[in-house]
Design a protein. Structure first.
Lengths: 220, 517
């Protein structure tokens, strides 16, 4: 709702803009690349190049990248999480992912939602999927889908493990945004671990977001 | 029309402030290193994008389209955000925006708020206004925290603490950060970042109100977008129960799809990264995820005034990337504080005086803070022709004072009278040559005068003046001995001889060119 007490400010600002704005309509050219830069998803050759690009970009951000076949996810994750005592997962993460993981599992919403204090416990890792991944920029997009959960799950713990299926990897940003089911869901674009360059432009990984980002790419 | 107010008014004329900053050698060294590092990274990563120019053209056109349809798009944004559960407020100027935000914080009963780095809230002086109301605003961006703890002001849009080195930052933390372990605190950037993490984590987990700006606002969906690196933004946007976002009316984009252009342009232009670590998008309230109460304050503060100028309005395309700062030869030497506004550098030189109007403080001096070299235009991801606007604003300044006597105009009139007549011109040159002859002994090989008497001191205040040549070209030509066997026709050649360049042999020409920047 719009507060009534400031209605006059609203009317005045809009009236001023109407008086000041240009009247010529503007044609917006869109001659930039909207198709995937490395070919269509069906093209096996370009699909491989796209994955190589994604891995290269993620490693450049100092994220850790592992690969596994679809039937090897549980083993790969158990290995990745070997030193993690407890893993937090959103409600929709398949139980099969953690079938061989020996540590504790805390599922958000089961029984109740996890609190910030729960998530701030030391030694915790969070395991999620993602909505789409962008090869050119090494970006993972989380859209709050069932295997990604609420935003604070991937924010407060210091260690984020994200599973990316190869059919979720696209070439560039335009294709990625077009793939999102609903742009009005809370969205987070993650490109590497939290970082700052505020002190003499020296890059330091990890200020407030997870300091460790590990990506498991599943599929050939 | 209401002029913009807030922290966008230069208290001192630019030359005065610049001279003060130039005296700080540490600052210049820090700035040089920082601007060159970011500039080189930007160039490398922009070079990686084959369709960069197409993206720039689209970015500029999308923003122009926004300005042409601004009322409709604002109403569309307001309706979409409201439907999604946000409350939209409007503010004519800085004071009104501060009053709206202060009132909203008061309603929550909270006396402390966490803040995401935001140019809009700096522009309106929100922290000061909240402090007056007894509300402490905690800056959570590392650089903003450094600046806030030091009781200083930012010197760069993107890296506000760029004027401090690690030892200085360690001192600031050691003396001003509550609860910091002074003995174990080193000046390693990782150690300093860790200290900030621990200091702020307690704030994030307990804060009930967060205040942010927005990089983009999507009219179609009512979505706000914040682009950041550290995760402090995500903390503020996700944990507290109330979120208040202060957004300039020009931040709109028509559709969600338009982000495909701007999320490519912004990170590469601003930090020289393929993508910044975190970008958050939220639309109103999402039950169970993030704040239950979401407020959006749409701020004019001089933007409509800027919009009314057909040449100057392109400044409203700005997405605050700071690429123009990093390539600017003037900014690189004087730093952000010399501009006296939260918007420094080339974009500040055209934005601040337009938002406030030329009569606020010393803002009319800002369009002169440039050599018009054009590097800013080349670097701008939304193709703001900053040199064009600078010249336009200078012209507006001169036009506004036509009819009033000025030393410059008197000098130009006199010069015009002298140059209109050949005899007058020759006589004037001769007089200048004779008058300056004694100076030749004192100024040495460079043949430059550093200070001339009034009124010519206005010229030499910021540059050296060359001495008139010892001999004019005509005199030299007339007096030379033609080489034997060549049938030169001195008369024809001397007719094109120009006294302006006379006497400058090839040996001194290079030297003369040196200090004319």
């Amino acid at each position: 709702m719009t507060t009534a007490s400031h209605g006059s400010a609203r009317d005045e600002v809009l009236a001023r803009i109407r008086a000041a704005r240009p009247t010529e309509p503007v044609r917006v050219p869109r001659e930039y690349r909207t198709a995937p830069a490395t070919g269509t998803p069906d093209d096996a050759q370009s699909g491989r190049r796209r994955l190589e690009l994604l891995v290269d970009r993620l490693v450049d951000y100092r994220a850790t990248v592992r690969r596994s076949e679809p039937d090897g996810v549980a083993e790969a994750l158990a290995e990745l999480l070997a030193e993690v005592p407890t893993v937090v997962v959103p409600e929709g993460v398949p139980a099969s992912w953690l079938s061989t993981y020996p540590g504790g599992i805390r599922r958000d919403g089961d029984p109740g939602p996890l609190t910030v204090t729960d998530l701030d416990a030391p030694g915790l890792a969070v395991l999620t999927g993602c909505a789409v991944a962008i090869a050119e920029t090494g970006t993972l997009i989380l859209d709050g889908g069932p295997d990604q959960g609420r935003r604070l799950l991937t924010l407060v713990p210091d260690h984020h493990v994200c599973v990316v299926r190869t059919d979720q990897v696209v070439g560039g940003l335009p294709e990625a945004l077009a793939r999102l089911a609903d742009p009005t869901r809370p969205l987070t674009l993650v490109s590497g671990p939290s970082a700052t360059s505020d002190i003499e432009l020296d890059r330091v990984e990890g200020v407030h977001g997870p300091r460790r980002l590990e990506v498991l790419i599943v599929g050939g | 029309m209401t002029r913009g107010t807030g922290n966008i008014v230069a208290p001192l004329p630019f030359p005065t402030a610049a001279r003060r900053e130039l005296a700080d050698g540490q600052l210049r060294a820090n700035l040089r290193r920082a601007t060159h590092t970011i500039r080189d990274k930007r160039l490398r990563l922009v070079g990686e994008v084959p369709d960069w120019e197409a993206l720039r053209r689209s970015g500029a056109a999308i923003k122009d389209d926004v300005l042409a349809r601004l009322p409709e798009l604002l109403e569309q944004f307001e309706a979409a955000a409201t439907t999604a559960g946000a409350t939209v407020h409007w503010a004519r100027d800085a004071a009104e925006a501060c009053a709206v935000v202060t009132g909203l914080v008061r309603q929550t009963g909270s006396t402390e708020v966490v803040k995401v780095k935001s140019m809009a809230t700096q522009e309106i002086g929100l922290n000061e206004a909240l402090a007056e109301a007894g509300i402490a605003a905690v800056e959570t961006d590392l650089a903003e925290l450094i600046v806030q703890l030091a009781d200083d002001t930012p010197s760069h849009i993107l890296v506000p603490a760029i004027h401090y080195n690690r030892r200085q930052i360690r001192e600031i933390f050691a003396s001003r950060m509550p609860g910091v372990d002074v003995d174990s605190l080193t000046d390693e950037p990782a150690a300093l970042a860790e200290a900030a993490r621990r200091h702020l984590r307690a704030k994030f987990l307990s804060a009930r109100v967060a205040i942010s700006g927005a990089n983009f606002a999507i009219a179609e969906t009512g979505t706000l977008v914040v682009v950041e690196s550290e995760g402090n933004g995500r903390m503020c946007l996700t944990l507290p129960g109330t979120l208040i976002s202060v957004v300039g009316v020009e931040k709109l984009l028509p559709t969600f799809r338009d982000l495909e252009v701007f999320l490519q342009l912004l990170p590469r232009s601003s930090t020289g990264e393929r993508m910044n670590p975190y970008t958050s998008l939220w639309t109103g309230v999402t039950p169970g995820d993030g704040p239950e109460t979401v407020h959006i304050v749409l701020v004019d503060n001089g933007r409509t005034e800027t919009l009314a100028d057909p040449v100057g309005r392109q400044a409203l395309r700005c997405i605050r990337c700071s690429a123009c700062l990093n390539v600017c030869p003037v900014y690189e030497r004087v730093g952000g504080h010399a501009y006296g506004s939260v918007y420094p550098g080339p974009i500040g030189a055209i934005l601040s005086p337009q938002l406030t109007g030329p009569d606020a403080g010393a803002n009319r001096t800002l369009p002169y803070a440039s050599t018009l070299c054009g590097a800013c235009f080349d670097a701008c991801p939304v193709r703001i022709d900053i040199p064009q606007v600078l010249v336009h604003l200078r012209q507006r300044g001169v036009d506004a004072r036509r009819g009033r006597p000025s030393a410059e105009r008197t000098a130009m009139r006199t010069l015009s009278w002298v140059m209109r007549d050949r005899r007058r011109y020759t006589a004037a040159l001769r007089a200048a040559r004779r008058g300056s002859a004694p100076l030749r002994w004192t100024t040495g090989r460079r043949g430059q005068v550093r200070r001339l008497p009034w009124p010519l001191s206005a010229w030499t205040a910021s540059r050296d003046a060359p001495l008139p040549a010892a001999e004019t070209f005509r005199d030299w030509w007339a007096g030379r001995t033609p080489p034997a066997g060549r049938d030169d026709t001195p008369g024809r050649t001397s007719a094109t001889g120009d006294d302006n360049t006379a006497g400058r042999g090839p040996v001194t020409a290079g030297e003369d060119d040196r200090d004319h920047g």
